[in-house]
Design a protein around this ligand. Structure first.
Ligand SMILES: Cc1cc2nc3c(=O)[nH]c(=O)nc-3n(C[C@H](O)[C@H](O)[C@H](O)COP(=O)(O)OP(=O)(O)OC[C@H]3O[C@@H](n4cnc5c(N)ncnc54)[C@H](O)[C@@H]3O)c2cc1C
Length: 414
């Protein structure tokens, strides 16, 4: 076939491809949840797409993700993106033919007295956007979540539809679905650079010496997107922040897995991990955890961090003082100045970026992939992306919360 070289495939299995294309309508760089979702949505539109991943599918931030899917956002934009994504996660199997291992757990978060006005404003925003969020009294919340300490709360919000999925399984599901629709998935090969001719994308250069000719490239390379874009003269205001999570075995007698909980006062988020464990991480993106490189040399977490997370979680779930630490890991967040992603066409014609997910990209991946596929395939920016351009930071159009979460202390994760 023209534009195709035949090579031996070193990665047998469900994603095995014997034909390695040297041409494509679109090349997606990065096989995290974003790149895989974009490739799937492009393939679904009949676009000839090749996804290039330097490691394996889901080996970047996606594989480290807490994968919480909540609708508790402070802007109509964020709520809308997550609502449509949540609907997709719930019918992932019907849409893709694969599982994303979605668990509907419900979500709880409380407010102290001084923050009630902000809390109620946010609740109104959520319900006006169609989220089934309900206001609970502390007693009502404790009936729902008997292990939760609520004495400092005066009210809680409950979203019964929130949950979590398996991030790697999700990315692989998207990639497999893209492949069965005619897309090509190339793993273990990196994109070394972009080929630009006369201000137009002309291809990508690969680490194995090959090249793929194309006039459209989507950079969905997570923390590496900034460097790949910089090489063709595009500066993206993205910095990297180390995020850490711990896994704790619940003590015997704890009862049913607890709902997702955001503790804005204790700076933790938590969710069940399987039947017996809890995953806990920090809510904010602290400046002292900024790192200079797009890759984390040290992906393990220290004993003192695990102790600190356990202590903080135990203030909300007192019996977790008896929790057994079972490890943890660190990953990198690609953080933008307003904590919302940059989803835009930038630099040379045919170059698109999906970056700056600021610790909450997993839950957005179905809808972001759909919108970006529409943008790339049609050449017209969908209305849903109008606020997420790269120019918004210099034009003073940063995304501002319509109802700030109480109390607001910097970026919220995840
Ligand atoms: C600890 C942690 C917890 C999180 N918890 C949540 C959560 O609960 N909920 C939520 O919604 N989000 C969460 N997130 C954020 C979420 O995981 C990310 O926003 C999301 O996974 C980003 O996906 P991505 O596809 O953009 O990037 P990635 O998953 O990083 O994928 C980028 C891929 O590009 C590949 N790549 C890079 N350079 C090249 C190249 N030159 N050539 C080829 N391939 C390349 C990388 O190998 C990588 O696989 C969390 C993140 C972390 C780190």
């Amino acid at each position: 076939m023209e534009g195709t070289t035949i090579c031996e495939n070193p990665f047998p299995g469900p994603m095995a491809r014997l034909r390695i294309p040297t041409r494509a309508e679109v090349v997606v760089v990065g096989g995290g949840c974003m790149g895989a979702s974009t490739a799937f949505h492009l393939a679904r539109r009949g676009v000839d797409v090749v996804l290039v991943e330097r490691g394996h599918i889901g080996s970047g931030a996606t594989g480290h993700s807490g994968a919480i899917i909540r609708q508790h956002y402070e802007t109509r934009l964020g709520i809308g993106l997550t609502r449509r994504s949540l609907l997709f996660f719930r019918r992932f199997k019907e849409e893709t033919g694969h599982s994303c291992d979605f668990h509907e757990t419900g979500f709880l978060s409380g407010t102290r007295a001084p923050d009630v006005p902000a809390f109620d404003a946010l609740l109104r925003l959520l319900t006006s956007e169609g989220v089934r969020a309900e206001r609970l009294s502390p007693d009502g919340a404790q009936q729902l979540e008997p292990q939760l300490a609520v004495s400092d709360y005066v009210a809680l919000v409950h979203d019964p539809e929130a949950g979590y999925a398996d991030p790697a399984v999700t990315a692989v599901g998207f990639a497999k679905a893209a492949e069965s629709l005619g897309g090509t998935i190339r793993q273990d090969v990196d994109v070394r650079g972009l080929v630009v001719r006369g201000g137009q994308i002309a291809g990508v250069r690969l680490g194995d010496g090959g090249q793929i000719k194309t006039s459209n490239v989507v950079l969905a390379a997570g923390t590496w997107t900034r460097m790949l874009a910089r090489a063709v003269g595009v500066r993206l205001p993205i910095h990297f922040v180390r995020g850490e999570v711990a896994i704790l075995r619940r003590p015997v007698g704890f009862g049913r897995p607890p709902r997702i909980h955001f503790d804005f006062y204790g700076n933790t988020y938590s969710r069940p991990e399987g039947e017996k464990d809890v995953l806990v991480g920090y809510m904010d993106a602290r400046p002292h955890r900024i790192v200079q490189q797009p890759v984390l040399r040290e992906q393990s977490v220290s004993t003192s961090t695990i102790r600190d997370l356990t202590r903080r979680l135990a203030r909300r779930f007192p019996s977790m003082t008896r929790a057994q630490p079972r490890g943890g890991w660190a990953g990198l967040y690609d953080v933008s100045p307003d904590s919302y992603p940059i989803l835009d066409a930038v630099g040379p014609r045919g170059l698109f970026v999906e970056v700056g997910f600021s610790g909450h990209g997993f839950k957005l991946s179905p809808e972001v992939g759909r919108l970006m596929a529409e943008f790339v395939a049609s050449g017209r920016r969908p209305e849903g992306l109008s606020e997420l351009g790269a120019g918004r930071f210099r034009e003073g159009r940063e995304i501002k919360p319509a109802a700030p979460l109480p109390p607001r202390r910097g970026s919220r994760l995840p």
